[in-house]
Design a protein around this ligand. Structure first.
Ligand code: C2E
Ligand code: CA
Ligand code: CA
Length: 521
């Protein structure tokens, strides 16, 4: 708003300055024109060797210049003056002013000796027949009013022409008596000032016209500008109301749609919460394993355990229930349950097939705020005789960004317990690179969203792979679906591939077949 007010004030200041300058130019042009007329009249007079008073008046009256002046006068050296319309006037007291030089002069405004009207006199002294006379052309001061831009600030403003003594030469369209200001004016530089007249504030601009030290001086009452500002304030006020209404409408729309969604979500949530504990008891949570394959050799590196909820012969995907379990903390139980199943499976594989795989399990961020969470993992692993360095704990990058926990300490403890650590969904969490530097990480799992960009925007994945190389970390690309993606990743130094290209997550028995097939090859 201050910006707007400043702009209005600056505009007002600019306009009054422009108006004043324009008036000054108009006045100067008009005076120059009138001087030029007198010059041409005197030129003709000088040229004529046989010139006399009668001929001069005759010449004036027959020309079309009469429209510019009220009369012509011929002043004789003693100041005695005759006019074309038959008046005789005595200027003897000030005659010297008219004969002082040969230049064309214009007088200050004065009262006509003939009828008291306000006039200005153009004069030029000439020699005719060895006699000195002065030719006078008289204008009505009133006629200069035409030069004022007639509507300054919708008629609220007014202007004067003043002379160097501060007297008013032409009174434009006076609204108030500004003579106090005009008299007090110290400097006559052009510019805009704020002045007070009769307790009211005005913007004032003045401009030298370059003749007779005359100035144009213009005023606009600041209340006119205040009016403009009020108008702008009012418009802004209306705009603000409109914006608020629009925002309110958008907000209520968002709130209503969210409430609708929430209702639906909370119905699902209630159903899930109601059944989760029973489901755990009834072994409804089952594990799918997705193989992770070395890009170069296509040998199997390990598998990731991914949970599914098998409910009345329907498979519910983790995206449906994990977020709910994270908010009600049931994830703490579920993760440990899955971990225990994984350890059981690993024990069985060792005994039955002598598989020596690295198995990854997802560890929710919710564990990190639990005291001693790691002890439970260690305890379960040892219960089944599983070497912790065969178990990889997948921790999402976003879980590492939590100011309430000391993630470096937690990671250190996990590492000390012998587990491998993967950073899951790497590249989506906006963590600082410090985590790679400060934490004992083994593997970076590049998020599927970057793999999807291969062929379109390769630079990100290239950078991630370079960073991993710098920090000596293994890299796994997730969600690899095509040969093109696999080849690109292999050529750019990605170590391990996980994705539908090799296998979807599969059940335990299918995995055993998958591994056996690979080893037989
Ligand atoms: P995640 O850990 O990032 O797992 C990778 C997800 O990508 C899995 O989804 C997997 O099925 C899917 N995926 C793998 N390869 C491809 C592919 O080539 N194309 C496509 N389109 N998808 C692929 P899923 O199994 O639905 O798991 C979703 C998320 O649920 C997991 O993301 C993980 O954050 C979470 N989750 C799964 N199991 C557990 C668990 O036991 N505990 C915890 N805390 N979270 C789990
Ligand atoms: Ca994972
Ligand atoms: Ca992931």
């Amino acid at each position: 708003m201050t910006y707007m007010i400043n702009k209005i004030e600056a505009n007002a200041s600019n306009s009054i300055q422009t108006i004043t300058k324009t008036d000054a130019i108009n006045l100067k042009t008009k005076i120059t024109e009138q001087k030029a007329i007198l010059q041409s009249v005197t030129n003709q007079i000088i040229k004529d060797n046989d010139i006399n008073e009668e001929k001069i008046f005759d010449m004036y009256e027959r020309s079309d210049i009469t429209s510019n002046f009220i009369r012509m006068g011929i002043m004789y050296e003693n100041g005695y003056t005759k006019t074309n319309d038959g008046y005789e006037v005595d200027y003897s007291e000030e005659k010297d002013n008219f004969f002082s030089n040969d230049k064309i002069q214009i007088s200050e405004n004065r009262k006509s000796k003939i009828n008291g009207e306000e006039i200005n006199i153009y004069s030029k002294a000439v020699d005719i027949n060895k006699e000195k006379i002065a030719i006078l052309l008289i204008v009505s001061t009133e006629s200069y009013k035409d030069i004022f831009s007639n509507k300054i600030f919708e008629g609220e403003g007014f202007s004067y022409v003043i002379n160097k003594q501060g007297n008013i030469v032409v009174n434009g369209n006076e609204k108030i008596d500004a003579s106090s200001i005009i008299d007090n004016m110290e400097s006559r530089n052009s510019g805009v000032k704020i002045v007070k007249i009769e307790n009211r504030k005005y913007y004032m601009a003045y401009q030298d016209i370059g003749i007779n030290n005359w100035h144009i001086i213009s005023f606009i009452p600041s209340k006119t500008i205040a009016g403009e500002i009020n108008k702008a304030l009012f418009i802004t006020f209306i705009l603000v109301i409109i914006v608020i209404l629009v925002i309110l409408t958008i907000c209520s729309y968002i709130v209503i749609t969210n409430m609708k969604k929430r209702k639906k979500y909370s119905a699902d949530e209630k159903e899930i919460e109601k059944n989760m504990k029973k489901a755990l008891k009834n072994n409804e949570f089952i594990i799918y394993y997705q193989p992770k394959i070395y890009a170069k050799t296509e040998e199997i590196y390990g598998v990731e355990a991914l949970v599914r909820w098998k409910r009345k012969d329907k498979i519910i995907m983790p995206s449906k229930f994990i977020p709910i379990f994270e908010s009600n903390k049931f994830i703490l139980k579920l993760d440990l349950y899955i971990f225990e199943q994984v350890c059981k499976d690993m024990k069985e594989w060792k005994g039955k097939h002598n598989f020596d795989l690295i198995v990854s399990v997802n560890v929710s961020r919710e564990h990190f705020t639990e005291e001693n969470f790691l002890a439970k993992y260690v305890e379960i692993a040892s219960k089944y005789g599983i070497d912790t360095n065969k178990i990889d704990l997948e921790i999402t990058e976003s879980a590492t960004i939590n100011s309430k926990i000391n993630i470096t300490k937690i990671m250190g403890e996990i590492k000390k317990a012998g587990f491998l650590i993967s950073i899951d969904d790497f590249g989506t969490g906006y963590s600082s690179l410090n985590i790679l530097h400060d934490m004992p990480i083994d593997i970076l799992k590049i998020d599927k969203s970057f793999v999807d960009q291969i062929g379109r925007e390769d630079s990100i994945i290239e950078n991630i792979l370079n960073i991993a190389k710098k920090f000596n970390l293994k890299t796994i690309a997730e969600g690899v679906e095509t040969k093109k993606q696999k080849d690109y990743l292999e050529n750019n130094g990605c170590n391990i591939i996980q994705g539908y290209y090799y296998s979807k997550p599969i059940q335990k028995n299918e995995l055993e077949e998958f591994i056996l097939k690979k080893t037989i090859k």
